[in-house]
Design a protein around this ligand. Structure first.
Ligand SMILES: Cc1ncc(COP(=O)(O)O)c(C=O)c1O
Length: 472
């Protein structure tokens, strides 16, 4: 008898579908309450760092250039106190086959699908990752389906999203284009069930193992070239894979003390799942609409437990604005001669002001660039924003930026000022939510230790949060 395909029936089979589609049984990591064995999950990917490097080499992923941004560094020094203004480097991840660091993630997921004998791979993603999966699948001779939220209910799509859909199709994937809403997860599950394809989830340990090479390459190359470790690695942050993989890779080459800085565009006030606000933003990744919910509830994705756990690894979370990122995009092209897309320039906009807080002899690494073109360009972005009633002007982004209402291009370079988001608030929120989700059962000692590790705090901190909230 055919299986019922209504929403509730498919959702009810989600555990079974996910298990089959990933070839991984998550129950082996669970403790039965809040805690799960994170390191065991990471080991379950089954490839050590050298094997990951070898797999990536087969499809031309990784070993991207590490560029020193000499002119932008010189400019940052002009705005810093004497003796300040760290050297700014960027890892040119746009040089990966599909044009972003997401190739690192997709390379291991697709290699695993091939090894296990799946006919194809499937991923739910807002974009760059889809192109990466499509590209890796093409190289390994697998089929690819990408499920993407592209449009509002009027069928209107943000130019960057449309560009990302185009790129996935150009690389041979079938793209299931959806309007914004809750059907993304349902469609993804239902397609995995119907096709029997591998779930190339962004959040699996396979994907995360792939990102570790990024941190490893950065740490090793900075040490070799400059004889010191980077002080900061600034990672554009949405779902936390970049932050997690980079931090783990840096630790694997002895750079445990490099500060991991998550960087997002502040879109406070815009609701990501809102049909009317979907097209009011000029960026489609690396913003707080993804970053804040993922920090507080990393396990809300398309697999039972996410391998990306941002609060474990982020030392600081800083935000910038759409106008600063657009300005930085042009600055990078004009001063450094490389034209790259908005995601990497989010971290770069933050790095420009963070560098000014560090002495000149220190090193700050922006962990990526991404490809640009078509709808990712500033011009279509600004035209689309204007058509949607967004005011565009020069001014002071820190004082005037209102997401969904305006885009403020900085009047002066001293106006690049990233802001620290309240990580402590996110840690507390995450701890309380985890306990509330456990339906009133008292946290065990193992749970307390897990929550301390998951928030990069200690058991005392976790206990205090729970006692203050009356949850212990
Ligand atoms: C090019 C690029 N950089 C950075 C990010 C953010 O990475 P993560 O979602 O792992 O935090 C994304 C994710 O969507 C991306 O496509």
């Amino acid at each position: 008898m055919p299986l019922a395909k209504d929403y509730h029936s498919v959702m009810a089979r989600s555990e079974e579908i996910m298990k089959k589609a990933l070839g991984l049984d998550y129950s082996q990591f669970e403790s039965g309450s809040i805690a799960f064995d994170y390191e065991k999950l990471m080991k379950a990917a089954g490839y050590d760092l050298q094997e990951v490097i070898a797999i990536q080499k087969e499809t031309g992923v990784g070993s991207t250039p590490l560029l020193e941004l000499r002119n932008i560094t010189a400019l940052a020094r002009k705005y810093a106190q004497p003796g300040y203004g760290a050297r700014i480097l960027t890892k040119d991840e746009g040089a990966n086959p599909s044009g972003s660091f997401k190739d690192r993630r997709a390379s291991i997921a697709v290699a695993q699908a091939k090894k296990l004998g799946y006919e194809g791979v499937i991923a739910a993603t807002s974009g760059n990752y889809g192109a990466a999966v499509a590209s890796q699948a093409a190289m390994r001779g697998l089929k690819a389906i990408i499920v993407q939220e592209c449009y509002d209910s009027k069928g209107l799509g943000q130019p960057e999203i449309i560009e990302k859909a185009r790129k996935c199709e150009a690389l041979g994937a079938e793209v299931i284009q959806l309007t914004v809403g809750p059907e993304l997860f349902y469609e993804h599950l239902s397609l995995m069930e119907d096709t029997g394809y591998f779930n190339a989830s962004l959040y699996s340990p396979f994907g995360m193992a792939g990102v570790e090479t990024l941190g490893y390459e950065i740490g090793r190359e900075v040490l070799e070239r400059y004889g010191k470790k980077p002080t900061m690695a600034v990672c554009t942050y949405a779902g936390g894979g970049m932050v997690t993989g980079t931090a783990r890779g840096l630790a694997k080459c002895g750079c445990k003390n490099t500060q991991i800085i998550g960087a997002s565009i502040d879109l406070t006030g815009l609701h990501m799942a809102s049909d009317s606000q979907f097209n009011m933003k000029s960026c489609t990744t690396g913003h707080t609409g993804f970053g804040i919910p993922h920090a507080m509830n990393p396990d809300s994705g398309d697999i039972p437990r996410s391998a990306a756990r941002p609060l474990r690894y982020m030392d600081r979370y800083v935000t910038t604005t759409q106008g600063e990122v657009m300005y930085m995009t042009e600055m990078l092209a004009i001063l450094e001669g490389i034209e790259r897309g908005p995601a990497g320039n989010t971290a770069l906009a933050c790095a420009f002001s963070l560098a000014q807080t560090l002495p000149e002899d220190e090193i700050i690494v922006v962990t990526e660039t991404e490809y640009t073109g078509a709808g990712k360009h500033i011009q279509p972005q600004l035209s689309f924003a204007r058509e949607n009633g967004i005011e565009i002007k020069f001014g002071d982004p820190s004082a005037e930026d209102v997401p969904g209402k305006n885009i403020i291009l900085p009047d002066d370079l001293s106006m690049f000022r990233c802001k620290d988001a309240d990580l402590d608030h996110m840690r507390k929120n995450m701890i309380k939510r985890a306990v509330l989700r456990a339906n009133g059962s008292k946290p065990t000692q193992e749970d307390l230790r897990f929550l301390a590790a998951d928030t990069n705090t200690d058991v005392e901190y976790v206990k205090n949060v729970l006692m203050e909230a009356g949850l212990m």
